[in-house]
Design a protein around this ligand. Sequence first.
Ligand SMILES: [Zn+2]
Length: 405
Amino acid sequence: MHDHRRLGRDLGVFSTDPLMGAGLPYWLPDGATVRHTLEEYVREAELRAGYRHVHSPDLGKRELYEISGHWDLYRGDMFPPMRLGAEEVVLRPSLCPHHALVYRSRGRSHRELPLRIAELGTMYRSEPSGVLGGLTRVRAIHLNDAHIFCTPEQAAGEARAALGLIRRAYADLGIRAARYRLSLPGPGGKYVADPELWRRATALLEEALDGQPYEAAEGEAAFYGPKIDVQIADAAGRETTLSTVQIDFHQPARFRLRYTGADGRGHRPVMVHRSVIGSVERTVAHLIEVSGGAFPVWLAPVQLVVLPVGEAQEERAYELVGEAVARGVRAEVAGPAQGTLGARIRAARLVPYQAVIGEREAAGGDLVAVRLRDGRRPGAVSGAELLRRIGERARERGWELWGDA
Ligand SMILES: [Zn+2]
């Protein structure tokens, strides 16, 4: 595996500047392309799974986090509040309180449940400067988050469906789970004191795991409830949590959430917190580490590089890139000004498709000589045929670069 901190900079994915501050990386164009593509993937998967998306602000009044319990139990990880007139506002440590308010914005009926609210939003953590680095330890985290408000009877099914979304995303992204962890409270930690709620939430998560092997770990729970953490391993074999599914009886009570049941009475919903790909920072860092920058076709910042052998073929090369871009394929030209053909091929070694246009191909009309990142050379095909294949392989989100058709 590779170290994403060095490679991520070399690949033009992200960088940092002391003036922006430690733990606040910025995304360069190629990195932003990968990130947008990931975000679109997640939003699409969520829409198909019945989620609705919202946007909520990065700030909230201190009272909001007093109600949620963050202020009492999680303050050490929060940025200090900012005084604004008579108010104090805080950079949010999580999206949950905002989504609880979205739920509470009007009366809810049991017929609306499960109500799945998703947001790719920013949250902040006042990590000490000593541990910051690259994309994995940051102070602003862009989280693929969602909260499912449901009846207690629906909670295990919703948690199980969230695990299904996680498995599907890992297959599409080529991420391997190191293990599933059932994270429980431990001695001495800061946890909400309500043994009965912990017991019920843990039983529901065990039901949701549904035969999936896991290891229980004490002292790793959220302050408000137990969670299933999907662990990944980095280049040095260190484990971190990428995805998580949590069952929470605490915040619905703190925010006095209600729905009207079939019996016409008020009932309290359960909150299932879940993140499919975790933070985009951590996911992209991991993808760089496992792939060395050779992203699957659908995620590659540049999918096709067109290489005219000499100046005579440059016009045709730019034409093909124009056609590619119009068809949604991310393509660029690497012309003779950038060095010998061999040097340009080596420079583009992480790009899934290379199309060489020499005198022979140009004489054949629309032909290009195709080279694949994995070393295969399918030979000369028309530019239109190449673009059709790339479009097809990107839509499939598989790892195969060429295939039968
Ligand atoms: Zn949450």
